[in-house]
Design a protein around this ligand. Sequence first.
Ligand code: DGL
Length: 269
Amino acid sequence: MGKNNPIGVFDSGVGGLTVVKALMDQMPDESFIYFGDTAHVPYGSKEEWEIMGYARDIMTFMMRKKVKAIVVACGTHSSISLPFIQDDYNLPLLGVLKAGARTAARVTQNGKIGVIATLAATKQLAFTREIQAIDEGFSVFEAGCPKFVPLVEAGMLDGEEAREAVAEYLQPLLDKGIDTLVLGCTHYPFLTKVIQEYVGPDVRLADPSCDTIEDLKKVFAEKDLFNEGTAAPVRSFYVNGNDESFYQVGRRLIGDTLDYVNKISVDGL
Ligand code: DGL
């Protein structure tokens, strides 16, 4: 695979753009293709077999685009699909779990870590396994937050509804005495302001995005995959469902880099 080929990044919707932001900051010379599976968002309420099927279709699309590596910028796919597809493709495939676990382990002081993610992801307890693989003495408390993704996709990032949902999901974790909160769904950094306001300054938020891109850099260094071309990077965005809200909400995060959204179908490619 050519070094100048793009990186594939995917999620159910705008969430993976939080990882794209880190990618653009930390690896500004790389081209990428982003796919938001907006026809199927939210993933949190879907069955495992459905989520795995979406991953297969998206991977087929990405392989046709000749990507040189994939970032699974989705906690749900990282927990459910990635373990099953990992060995089926001959290119680096990275998720956000290990990075999220590492970020949390680095910042916690009392060893009590909360993880918020989709219901589908929290059922797997995959973050708990990754965090306790670093130190089995960590206490990990996972909570599913099904109202968050629809709020983010609708661009309702800091109103009353978002505040009420934050209080509902986070108070039980605060009651456990956590000092660190992993944003285990890539949509959740969009809600950082309301989450941080609610949990207060003594609880640190652990967003896996930056460490995920650090992992990608390590893989690129090992496999000699850094783009060495001199042309400006090409950044393309694809969705298969609502493109207008993807455009509106996405631009709030990454600005006019998101200048056009291509609408396609990847079903049964
Ligand atoms: N952003 C995704 C995640 O990280 C998916 C959220 C959803 O569609 O429910 O889990």
